[in-house]
Design a binder for this molecule. Structure first.
Ligand code: FMN
Length: 186
């Protein structure tokens, strides 16, 4: 199982990067092969429909598409921006969605969100789920919302026991889900 893991934040102290790193470490221990991407490696120019129609695909998009294609599954920790998906992440999905074949199609995905607010970013994650499903991603139905992240997350640990249990259960369930949905070898 090859899993691409990233957080949709450029901040070195990002709470979502902490979650993504914890996820990568958990998956590594549970025998997945993790490709951890820093968000800067996933930067793309603004989507341009004319350019896309002409097949004039930016090199960065081609590079990211190849990386996504190598993965069987994705783990995305995305902050909620204005109750929705960070524009940079939506932009990346838009570029990938118009490639043929779309490298996202038939992947499985686990979604997480860390925020300082108590709500935990559930609305942003629901928007991200809808967008990913529209391009053929099988999003694992439970997600991890982590409110008051500065209290809950340490540098490389989950300080709060309940969140730690949710994280563990979620990852165990996701690995099983992603394994069941792996395309069977012909
Ligand atoms: C443009 C912008 C919009 C934001 N909108 C929300 C929001 O709708 N809900 C929320 O809980 N936090 C919101 N925040 C706060 C982010 O959750 C907070 O900055 C978070 O730490 C970002 O994630 P990171 O630590 O991984 O960089 C917003 C932040 C920015 C910069």
């Amino acid at each position: 199982m090859n899993i691409l893991v990233f957080a949709a934040s450029h901040r070195p102290t990002s709470s979502n990067r902490k979650l993504a790193r914890l996820s990568a470490d958990w998956l590594n221990v549970h025998e997945a092969k993790v490709d951890f991407a820093e968000y800067v490696e996933l930067d793309t120019p603004l989507y341009n429909a004319q350019q896309s129609e002409e097949g004039n695909i930016p090199e960065s998009v081609r590079r990211i598409a190849a990386r996504v294609a190598q993965a069987d599954a994705l783990v995305i920790a995305a902050p909620e921006y204005n109750w929705s998906v960070p524009g940079s992440l939506k932009n990346l999905i838009d570029w990938l969605s118009h490639l043929s074949p779309c490298p996202l199609k038939d992947k499985t995905a686990l979604l997480m969100c860390a925020t300082p607010s108590k709500r935990g970013g559930a609305v942003g994650l629901s928007h991200l789920k809808t967008t990913l499903e529209s391009v053929g991603v099988y999003v694992y139905p439970p997600a991890l919302t982590c409110g008051e992240a500065e209290k809950v997350l340490g540098t490389d640990t989950i300080l709060d026991g309940k969140t730690r249990d949710r994280f563990e259960t979620l990852h165990t369930g996701f690995l099983d889900y992603a394994t069941r949905l792996l395309p069977k070898a012909a």
